[in-house]
Write a protein that binds this ligand. Structure first.
Ligand SMILES: Nc1ncnc2c1ncn2[C@@H]1O[C@H](COP(=O)(O)OP(=O)(O)OP(=O)(O)O)[C@@H](O)[C@H]1O
Ligand SMILES: [Mg+2]
Length: 238
């Protein structure tokens, strides 16, 4: 569904992505692992149109979206749940959700989707008038996911959704990821928590210093020495 080919993205002279090639299969959960500074967020921003690649090609279902503006990428069916959540703190929960649908004109559809979000995230319903900045970290993450879903994406990009959250909230986030995927949304997930990711993802990439250094199935991830050491603590006791 998503094809990234030889993408180079730079900040001034420094190339954060040095020719990244990977693909995300339709209907699947694909996970991107990688250390701090590897370029994971830069890749997410490059796909979402927030950063323009210097070279390379990004295509969504054979339609090129390289260098398109963020709103055009949303129109094409891609939504980003950004790193650090980034809800609009001075807006209410409801207003944040409305903002997620800013490109849609189908008022009835938006209202129906808003209700669907409140069913899926009951804690947001209880707090619909509360300012987003006063929500707990976990609630803000739920809101960030719900806001992205309000654009009705076919591909959901999630940049470290579990970062800084308590284990129970992390489990809830992963449960939602699985549910969304079961309902037909393709997911491209940046995650450092390889243990959790192994429970949900179908394919893995490892990015190091702006390049993809590993691609494999969950089984291959569990066997890969490099990932064992950095992401899974120790080798399995077998
Ligand atoms: N706005 C910026 N200006 C200059 N350099 C930047 C900018 N944003 C990121 N970088 C650099 O690009 C590289 C990749 O950063 P990026 O945020 O994509 O990494 P990451 O894999 O998402 O890391 P983390 O796991 O810490 O979120 C880093 O070396 C970083 O310092
Ligand atoms: Mg990042």
């Amino acid at each position: 569904m998503l094809d990234v080919r030889d993408v180079v993205t730079a900040y001034g002279k420094i190339e954060a992505l040095k020719g990244v090639t990977l693909s995300v299969a339709e209907g699947r959960i694909t996970c991107l692992l990688g250390p701090n500074g590897a370029g994971k967020t830069t890749l997410m921003y490059s796909i979402a149109g927030i950063l323009k690649p210097r070279r390379g090609r990004i295509a969504l279902k054979d339609r090129e979206i390289t260098g398109r503006a963020p709103d055009q990428v949303v129109q094409a069916g891609v939504a980003l749940v950004p790193e650090n959540r980034l809800v609009f703190p001075q807006m209410s929960v409801r207003e944040n959700l409305t903002a997620g649908a800013y490109l849609r004109r189908d008022r009835a559809g938006i209202a129906a989707d808003m209700e669907r979000m409140f069913q899926r995230f009951p804690r947001l319903k209880e707090r619909e008038g509360q300012l987003a900045g006063t929500l707990s970290g976990g609630e803000q993450q739920m809101l960030s996911v719900a806001r992205a879903l309000m654009s009705r994406p076919r591909l959901l990009l999630m940049d470290e959704p579990s970062l800084g959250l308590a284990p129970l909230v992390v489990e809830e986030i992963f449960r939602i990821v699985t549910e969304l995927n079961r309902d037909g949304t393709t997911i491209f997930l940046v995650e450092q928590n390889a243990h959790m990711a192994l429970k949900v993802a179908h394919h893995f990439y490892l990015m190091e210093q702006g390049r993809v250094s590993f691609s494999g199935t969950p089984g291959e991830v569990e066997e890969a020495e490099v990932i064992q050491r950095a992401y899974l603590g120790s080798r399995r006791a077998d």
